[in-house]
Ligand binder design. Structure first.
Ligand SMILES: [Fe+2]
Ligand SMILES: [Fe+2]
Length: 197
């Protein structure tokens, strides 16, 4: 099957977005290493928005469809057999992780915004705190993404027919393109992430 945008599965779209988010986070950490608060703030703001879009796609489209289909009972695929309870437990864990990511990032955005708007003073301590928060987010994101890619993202192919899988992919793709208006300005993106792509 050709790897065109139209033929990509929800699983593939979301896994590729994990990769993109990982690059954004690495670029953000690099800006913090440079001590460039303005650049770090722009990158943090965009990473936060992009992760929120990704989470929204999972919450609105992926998880509800899976949970509904799981009401049928056991999911079988290849050699593995997964109980409905195990899948539900995994999705509950992912929800907890999402809440944690958004909470931690909202706190980091507030600290960086204060650093940017308050004139003068040494911000080393605050920036170091943000770096620690982001390192924690990165570690949790790693195990989170592994759980999704190795388990939950594989469920639509086992639970849905071809039409449902295609409809899900369209919904996911639309959410992943739904960047907030403030980032659609090319200047804002260039300012924040010119070296990422
Ligand atoms: Fe997730
Ligand atoms: Fe994800």
């Amino acid at each position: 099957m050709p790897s065109t945008e139209e033929s990509q599965s929800a699983e593939r779209l979301l896994a590729e977005d994990h990769e993109a988010l990982g690059k954004f986070l690495a670029a953000l950490l690099a800006a913090l290493d440079e001590g460039d608060a303005a650049k770090a703030f722009a990158r943090l703001d965009l990473f936060w928005a992009r992760l929120a879009m990704h989470i929204r796609a999972e919450h609105l489209h992926l998880f509800p469809g899976i949970l509904e289909a799981l009401d049928g009972g056991t999911v079988k695929g290849g050699d593995e057999t997964l109980s409905s309870a195990e899948a539900r437990e995994a999705i509950a864990q992912l929800h907890d992780d999402h809440d944690s990511f958004m909470h931690e990032l909202a706190g980091a955005v507030k600290v960086m915004r204060d650093c940017r708007t308050t004139a003068g003073g040494d911000r080393t301590v605050e920036i170091e705190g943000v770096r620690r928060t982001l390192a924690t987010v990165r570690n949790r994101l790693e195990s989170h993404n592994k759980l999704e890619e190795e388990l939950v993202y594989r469920l639509p192919a086992k639970l849905f027919g071809p039409e449902e899988q295609n409809a899900l992919a369209v919904e996911i793709r639309d959410e992943l393109k739904n960047l907030p208006p403030r980032f659609r300005d090319e200047a804002a993106v260039t300012n924040g992430f010119s070296e990422v792509n």
